[in-house]
Structures are given as C-alpha cells and as structure tokens.
Design a protein around this ligand. Structure first.
Ligand code: PEP
Ligand code: MG
Length: 559
C-alpha cells in the first residue's frame, strides 16, 4: 500500500478532509495494583459504576436513534448488579479495584463473544463502561475524545458510542477506526450522523497526528496529504452519490423506458429495511432462509405469518416469492439427500420435491393463504427448473392452490434454451445468473480459483440471457434478472438493452443502478448490449460495454 494511505470498509458515500486527531488509548489498570480493604473497595466500585451509569443515561436522554439506543444499552450494563458483584468478588479475591473491573469485564466479554449475535455486538459497550469506570477509579480524566480545535478527522482503535456522543459535529470531517466492520457501532452512528467514515482501516493508526487527511468512504480509503485533484474528485463524487441515494423516482432510461427495480430479501427484517427504500417491490424472496438450520420444516402457521409480514411490509408493491431452494450450498438436515457425489448437480432446488413433495405442497398452500385478499401482487416461482415438464408440473401445482402468477427461475442452460417451452404454462421467467453462470461454465460459483470462469460477462452467459429474453418477447411475458448481475450498474444497462423488464438486487445496490439507467437512453443500452454480445470473451465484453458508458457515471460509480 502507498505510504500515507489506509484502506478499510467505507460507510456510505461521504468524503471529508481535516487534520488527523488520534484518540488516546484507554486507561489501563496498573500492573500489580495494590488491593484495598474490601469495604472501601466495594464502596468505590459501586460509586464508580453508579457515576458512569448516570452519565451514560444522561447522554442517552440527549441523543436520538441508534446512538440513543446504544448509549442506553451501555448505561444498562453499567447499572447491572451482576457486573458490579463480579467486580466486588474480584476485589475480594485480592485484586486492586481497577484490576478487578478489568477482570470482571473480561469474563463477561468472553461470554458475550461466545454467545455471538447481539451479545457479541455489545462487547464494545462493555469495554466502554470498563474504560470509564477504570478512569474514575484511577482518578484520571474521562477517556475518549480530545478537545478539537479545527476541522478534524478522528482516528481511533475503536470508538464507543459514548465517544461518538461527545463529538462536536461542526468540527468532525471524518471518522476512521482500526477495528469494526460495516455493521459496527461506529459505522451505524456515523451513518446516522452523516459523517464520512471508514472502519477496519488498521494502518490509519500510523498516520501522523496533525496531517491533512482525506476520508473517502465510497472507495474505503484514508489518505494523508492528498493532492488537490484527489480531494476535489472525492468531494465531487460524494456530492453526486448523496444525490443518487436520495433519488426515489421510478427507474427509467433517460428517454423514459421503465425498468422495475426490485429487492432481493431473505427475511422479514430484510423486507422491512428494503420496503423503506425506493424499490418497486421484491424480485426474489429466498424463502429457504426460513427452513435453514432447523430440524424440521416450519409449520404452516409460521410460514403464513412470515409471508404475511413480508407482504405487509410491501403493502401494494409486487412480491416474488421463490419456493424452497435447498440442497448443494444450502443443505437441509430433513430434506437434502445424503452422500451425493455432486450435490450441485443433484437433488437440489425444485428437485427436492421429487423426494419431498409435501414440503412444496405445504409451502404453496401457506403462500396462497398469506396472499388471500392481500393488496400486493404475489408472484411465485420455482428454482432450478430444467425441463418444460417441470415447468408445467410446477405451474399446475401452484395454480391448484389458487396462485395466479406463476413463474420459473432460469438457472440451468437447458431452461434458457427451452425458454419458449417453459413459458407456455407460465406467466414469467426470472434469470438466476449466479447459478446460470455456474452451470453454463461448469465452474463452482464459490470457487475463487475459477473467478474468471464464473464472470457474469462470459459471452455464453450473455447469449443465454438474450435467448431467454427473446422467448419472453415472443410470448409477451416478462423476463427479469435476480442474480448478482442485476446489481452491477454497467451490466444493468446491458440487460436493459437486451430487453429485460425487471432487475432485482440487494436494496443498497438499487441507487447506483437507477442512476446509471437515468444517464442513458434505450438506444445506448441496446448498443452496449450488442457490443457485449459480439465480444469474444468476458473481459472484452465488459470493456466493450464500458467504452459506451457516460463519463460522469463512470467517475461517480467507479465503473
Ligand atoms: C441465482 O442463482 O442467481 C439466484 C438468484 O439464486 P441464489 O443466488 O439464491 O442461488
Ligand atoms: Mg440460484
């Protein structure tokens, strides 16, 4: 890496420039700290935890949103008698008070880490409580933010919510932490406060204090003493990306050709998050998420409840549910065949119904029940359909439950080649380009060694996509894409040029695709599609399309 540069995970798209201010490390209990008599120690420990709990509660009361929640959670921890009792026990075992706190917190943190999930995420709160209590016990200043004197970029090993609560927002140009990922506290709070932020950038701890620092969240980089051109570019991109994120108009090319932009989801929580963004609905609800990691299929009542939650979240917007896609990389203990030599080529996807038709029938019944009288159009499709016979069988099954809009995913070459026949009993097709690429190229989608083969720009994949779209046009039925290809703005333009009617992707990718669409007319998309289709290999296909891309889009999206 270039000296003076650190790389991490950017939070959002912001960019900022300011002087480096390092947050000093947390206070530590002195080695061989002398024990105090237990009565004094107990009183001091209780008093310190009380003071910290009160201060955190006070800050929580003056904050809002996730920041208020995390501060309140930290305050609850500081007030938790289990933590104080454990600390007093450590003091009783002969440790000095600051050491006792450190040991008690360590044992709680280990338990939290082992529990994983929500509790593991609370370890930062626990550590922040410890630092504050230790500082009080040692008679030191409250740890955390130094006073700022100008526009500053805060660089820290990690930041506790209480630190972020103390930030003077007028003086913060950016935040950089060595620890943490995109869902860490710092990331969540920086997002809430709109502060340019890069997390997980360990090398930033070495950047000199007082240096001019550029924080560029869009590229996840932190640069010391950047040249003016670089600063201007980052700020320009950040401004445009903020506009992109705010654009909630229906997606269309510049000449008004409408494309539905839909979200891929797996859980009701995903649904709630995606529903609050400007998407036209759900293009792929991976219902298998409900079946994974359990000993038996979810009951009918549970399924109806979950499907309803998702439909309610999108109240009135279209929702495409995919029936159970188990097997291969998503095995189910109660349904997946054991001992298959090639599970990816085995009883997976729709084929699960050969051995367990009851799983599919129960699911279709639950979907039909959830869909009854719901304002959202409910579309249902099967994964891994390979023959016209399977398509017809699935259509009959779904319709017998009263489901009216029935489709299939095109994920294996045979489905693309037989798209005309598949469509006869169906209402729509959705291209699962992740699996389609894997099966066209005979290359495991999870293999990093074969990434050149599992490239979505492979001409063989593009030609099968084009053939599927042609079949849709002939039948007058919609063909969408719900694989990763849809999330790539350049590929989205090519797919639009090919004649795709909807693109489904993770909700955060929608803004970039909408922006790219708006900057090109349908003719330009068609030219890109033709250029990509005519290319001899994946790299050439991508560059042929990229050569026709609008310059501002290229600069803004880093295409
Ligand atoms: C696909 O294969 O492209 C797809 C969308 O399905 P999944 O990624 O869930 O296999
Ligand atoms: Mg798939």
């Amino acid at each position: 890496m270039t000296p003076g540069t650190a790389r991490g995970a950017g939070v959002g798209y912001g960019a900022g420039i300011g002087l480096a201010v390092h947050v000093p490390p947390a206070p530590v209990a002195p080695e061989h700290e002398a024990a105090e008599d237990i009565e004094t120690a107990t009183a001091r420990i209780h008093d310190a935890f009380d003071q910290v709990a009160r201060a955190l509660t006070d800050r929580a009361a003056h904050a809002t949103g996730p920041l208020a929640e995390t501060l309140a959670a930290a305050a609850t921890m500081a007030a938790d008698p289990a933590l104080t009792d454990q600390t007093v026990r450590q003091a009783g075992a002969g440790f000095g008070p600051a050491t006792a706190v450190t040991r008690a917190v360590e044992s709680f943190a280990t338990t939290f880490q082992e529990a994983g999930g929500y509790l593991a995420e609370r370890v930062t709160d626990l550590v922040s409580v410890r630092d504050r209590v230790v500082a009080l016990l040692l008679g030191q200043d409250e740890p955390g933010m130094p006073a700022l004197i100008g526009r500053s970029v805060i660089i820290a090993a990690d930041l506790a919510p209480a630190d972020t609560a103390a930030l003077d927002l007028d003086l913060i140009a950016g935040i950089v932490t060595a620890a943490g990922g995109p869902t860490s506290h710092t990331a969540i709070i920086a997002r809430q406060l709109g502060i340019p932020c890069v997390v997980g950038a360990a090398a930033a701890l070495q950047l000199p204090a007082g240096a001019r620092i550029l924080v560029d969240a869009a590229s996840g980089t932190v640069v010391a003493d950047p040249d003016e051109e670089r600063v201007a570019l980052a700020l320009r991109r950040a401004r445009r990306l903020a506009e992109v994120a705010e654009d909630d108009r229906p997606a269309a090319t510049s000449d008004g050709h409408r494309i539905q932009l839909l979200a891929n989801i797996g859980t009701p929580e995903d649904a709630l998050r995606a529903a609050s963004t400007a998407v036209d609905g759900v293009g792929l609800f991976r219902t298998e998420m409900l079946y994974l990691d359990r000993a038996a299929a979810p009951s009918s009542a549970e399924q109806v409840g979950v499907y309803r939650q998702v439909l309610d979240a999108f109240d009135g917007r279209k929702v495409v549910l995919r029936t159970l896609d188990a097997g291969a990389d998503k095995p189910l203990t109660f349904a997946t065949a054991d001992g298959e030599a090639n599970p990816a080529l085995g009883l997976r996807g729709y084929r699960t119904a050969r051995r367990h038709p009851e799983l599919l029938e129960d699911q279709l019944a639950a979907i039909a029940e959830a869909a009854t009288d719901h304002p959202s159009p409910v579309w249902v499709m099967a994964p891994m359909i390979s023959t016209a016979g399977e398509a017809a069988e699935f259509a009959a099954r779904a319709r017998s439950h009263g489901i009216t809009t029935v489709g299939a995913m095109v994920e294996v070459p045979s489905a693309a080649l037989l798209a005309d026949e598949l469509l006869a009993p169906l209402d729509f097709l959705s291209l699962g380009t992740n699996d389609l690429t894997q099966y066209v190229m005979a290359a495991d989608r999870l293999s990093t060694d074969l990434a050149d083969l599992t490239d979505r720009w492979q001409p063989a994949v593009l030609r099968l996509v084009a053939a599927t779209v042609r079949a849709g046009k002939t039948a007058g039925k919609p063909v969408g894409v719900c694989g990763e290809s849809a999330a790539d703005p350049l590929m989205a333009l090519v797919l639009t040029g090919l004649g795709i009617s909807s693109l489904s992707m993770s909700a955060p990718s929608v803004g970039g695709v909408r922006y790219a669409l708006r900057a090109h007319d349908l003719r330009a998309c068609r030219r890109m599609a033709e250029a990509a289709l005519a290319a001899p290999d994946a790299a050439a296909a991508r560059s042929a399309a990229a050569a026709l891309l609008d310059e501002t889009v290229r600069e803004t999206l880093h295409v």
